[in-house]
Design a protein around this ligand. Structure first.
Ligand code: TUI
Length: 313
């Protein structure tokens, strides 16, 4: 499994770990990078000082390239980007917004810039602004999501831009990786599967909720706020649904979500915590080391491609 992305990023496999706020710490990022993928530290809603600590920790854990994901709705996005101009990490990915104004500064630092995009229009804009690749994230993903599925979004983005396209959303095994490559992707970004890894420092209750989840359990809340979020169904998502149905104010709905991700990841609150996860939650049944997750993703491709080859050949 080798693509232009491996060349661009200096990695063995074109497998990127999702930039999950609170979940994607230096430990997880280093484990994925050590295993030949690209690990990411998530800046989430944290200040630059936290990101600086995490970068130092990851550098102590691995010599391999890793990246930082910047969530652009964060009040600290500007100061985190200012830090990244100095830190010269290999890769910066962005989510939940348009990173256009930061691209030149990151590129001047020698950093590869890979925005996560939910539409063809934003992909084209990012290419014009100098992005090195894009992650086309489907609505199957966990956390804050767009509307299009991977199946529809990825080929349309591939047709619209010349830079490499990385598929994300709902991918957790070799079948998903192979399908993404068939759609024209140069690689994949995987979140939920890496959350259920041995090296992920998220609370075990969060991991167990994903393992227990069935196909329809990763639900979307917050559509009425303009920031839809997918996560495992629990007391919190039911409370969201109740408030949204009752026509509660934006402030009331957002107050419910505030601090809920930290509660899930750090405190293990599986009732009122935001158990953000993608639709792949239903096919994740165990916790294993990142190296094993990556080895199995790659090793399984032979069987998938030979099956497809027989059907098509
Ligand atoms: O960003 C994500 N996933 C996230 S961010 C997050 S924290 C959060 N929590 C509550 C509400 C909002 C955020 C949890 N999960 N994935 C990448 C992603 N980016 N999905 C969708 C987008 C996106 C949306 C609009 C990217 C760009 C965009 O552009 C709008 C514009 O400004 O042009």
């Amino acid at each position: 499994m080798y693509s232009e992305l491996c060349e661009l990023l200096g990695i063995r496999y074109p497998i990127i770990q999702g930039g999950m706020a609170w979940v994607a710490t230096a430990e997880l990022a280093a484990a994925v990078s050590e295993a030949g993928g690209l690990g990411l530290i998530a800046a989430g809603n944290a200040p630059a000082s936290y990101v600086a600590e995490q970068i130092a920790k990851a550098r102590a854990l691995t010599d391999k390239p890793f990246g930082v994901n910047v969530m652009l709705l964060s009040p600290f996005a500007d100061e985190v980007m200012a830090l990244l101009y100095r830190e010269k990490v290999a890769v910066v990915t962005t989510g939940a917004g348009n990173p256009g104004k930061y691209i030149a500064g990151l590129k001047a630092a020698g950093t590869k810039v890979i925005p996560v995009i939910p539409s063809v229009a934003l992909a084209k804009k990012m290419e014009r602004d100098g992005a090195d690749a894009v992650v086309a994230e489907g609505t199957e993903a966990g956390g804050h999501i767009g509307e299009l599925t991977v199946m529809a979004l990825v080929p349309q983005v591939v047709d619209a831009v010349s830079i490499p396209v990385i598929a994300a959303g709902g991918i957790a095994d070799s079948r998903g990786v192979c399908a993404a490559l068939a759609l024209g992707a140069a690689g994949v970004q995987i979140g939920t599967r890496f959350l259920c890894s041995a090296e992920c420092t998220a609370h075990d209750n969060y991991k167990q909720a994903i393992i227990a989840a069935k196909d329809r359990d990763a639900v979307v809340t917050g559509r009425s706020t303009g920031h839809p979020v997918r996560g495992v169904k629990n007391k919190l998502t039911r409370e969201f649904e109740r408030l949204e149905a009752a026509g509660a104010s934006l402030e009331e709905i957002e107050a419910l979500g505030s601090g809920a991700l930290r509660a899930a990841v750090v405190d293990g609150d599986s009732e009122m915590g935001a158990l953000m996860a993608g639709q792949s939650a239903g096919m994740i049944n165990d916790i294993k080391p990142c190296s094993q997750i990556i080895e199995e993703l790659v090793a399984g491709l032979g069987d998938v491609t030979s099956r497809v080859g027989k059907l098509c050949g």
